[in-house]
Design a protein around this ligand. Structure first.
Ligand SMILES: NC(=O)c1ccc[n+]([C@@H]2O[C@H](COP(=O)([O-])OP(=O)(O)OC[C@H]3O[C@@H](n4cnc5c(N)ncnc54)[C@H](OP(=O)(O)O)[C@@H]3O)[C@@H](O)[C@H]2O)c1
Length: 330
């Protein structure tokens, strides 16, 4: 079997470290692994497939002979260095928001639109974590009942904001001085209705990402409105989702569709207190769905609750799956 040379940009970060773990777990055929990070990480090492590998400083010339470059070091780094990787002949799979809405850059969730991956011109974008887990559930329902409108509220883990965010929560919980503040307010015992920057219309960038990315991945005329909230949780993102369909649907039909949908695990037995939670989704690759109920305030409406590990399916696993799609071919 052919094996590939891979660069992981941001290999010391939360997503980058998970990428290394996921590549190993899924036995991705890696010939050479090149971990790249900032100057701060020079001298650090990572362990991959039992081998110790030095972390190198990200520089443009490092992409020579690289087949896949998995980027997760923020949008600024992607904008500056992804073109160098493409020029050197690598396929970039980018976890940041740098290219997601660019025309000509496929935005891919393999369970939803895997075929789009083949239309790349060097860069494929991984959607935002909260978008990925939602569209995995929406797509099979849209295929059957056609979605008109989605109203989503998120309860997002601190792991979604990187290592400094986790450190802030840990410091606050331990009642010690916060080493480096990531959030503008305390996050322990608190909820922040504020993820990413605010726009003039009062929405945040995270809320706009959920709307625009869902439309790009699924269908341009689906209406999406979002409220995104950071909560003091470590295991994964949760979402309360209200869906309005064009066609009649029942709770039992929705359950049956989701029971066999790719990448989805149905956890919906209230009598047994069974529903998705971040602690049970933690370190898993699937998207968990439950609390499926009829919304009787509209003709064809459903409420449900979606949870997934944002570092895995929301980032690392989805990126590795995209590379797997490409090597498997159409
Ligand atoms: N966390 C999530 O749930 C999630 C989900 C989807 C997408 N993402 C995206 O993935 C990216 C990384 O997120 P994260 O949570 O892993 O953040 P993180 O834990 O803060 O890690 C950031 C990584 O980027 C590297 N980096 C920062 N500046 C760099 C530079 N100038 N040159 C080279 N490397 C640099 C860091 O290297 P050093 O260690 O050397 O500083 C580190 O490896 C972001 O774009 C984020 O939006 C995150």
């Amino acid at each position: 079997m052919k094996s590939f040379d891979l660069a992981v940009v941001g290999a010391t970060g939360m997503v980058g470290r998970m990428m290394l773990k996921v590549l190993e777990e899924r036995r991705f055929p890696v010939n050479r692994l090149l971990p790249l990070a900032s100057e701060r990480s020079v001298g650090k090492q990572i362990i991959f497939q039992g081998k110790t590998i030095d972390v190198r400083k990200l520089e443009p010339e490092q992409f020579r002979d690289i087949h896949f470059a998995l980027f997760s070091a923020g949008a600024g780094v992607s904008k500056e260095f992804a073109p160098h990787a493409v020029k050197a002949g690598a396929i970039v799979i980018d976890n940041s928001s740098a290219f997601r809405m660019d025309e000509g850059v496929p935005l891919v969730v393999p369970e939803v639109n895997r075929h789009q991956a083949f239309h790349h011109k060097g860069i494929i974008a991984n959607p935002n974590c909260s978008t990925i887990q939602m569209v995995v559930v929406l797509k099979p329902l849209h295929d059957r009942f056609k979605i008109k409108r989605v109203v989503v509220s998120t309860y997002q883990s601190v792991t979604g904001a990187g290592q400094r965010a986790v450190a802030q929560l840990e410091d606050e919980l331990a009642k010690r001085p916060v080493r480096e503040k990531k959030f503008p307010h305390p996050i322990a015992f608190n909820c922040l209705p504020h993820i990413d920057v605010f726009f003039d219309d009062g929405y945040t960038k995270e809320e706009m990402k959920m709307k625009l990315e869902t439309r790009k991945i699924m269908e341009a005329n689906i209406s999406v409105t979002a409220t995104t909230v950071r909560v003091p949780v470590m295991g994964g993102h949760s979402e309360s989702v209200n869906i309005e369909f064009e066609k009649e649907c029942s709770v039992s039909e929705v359950r049956e569709i989701l029971r066999t949908a790719p990448g989805v695990v149905l956890q919906d037995d209230p009598a047994q207190n069974l529903y998705p939670m971040p602690v049970t989704a933690f370190d898993k690759d699937e998207v968990f769905v439950g609390r499926i109920r009829k919304d009787d305030t509209i003709p064809y409406g459903i409420n449900l609750w979606i949870v997934s590990d944002n570092i895995r399916k929301g980032a690392a696993t989805n990126a590795v799956q995209i590379a797997e799609v490409l090597i498997a071919g159409s």
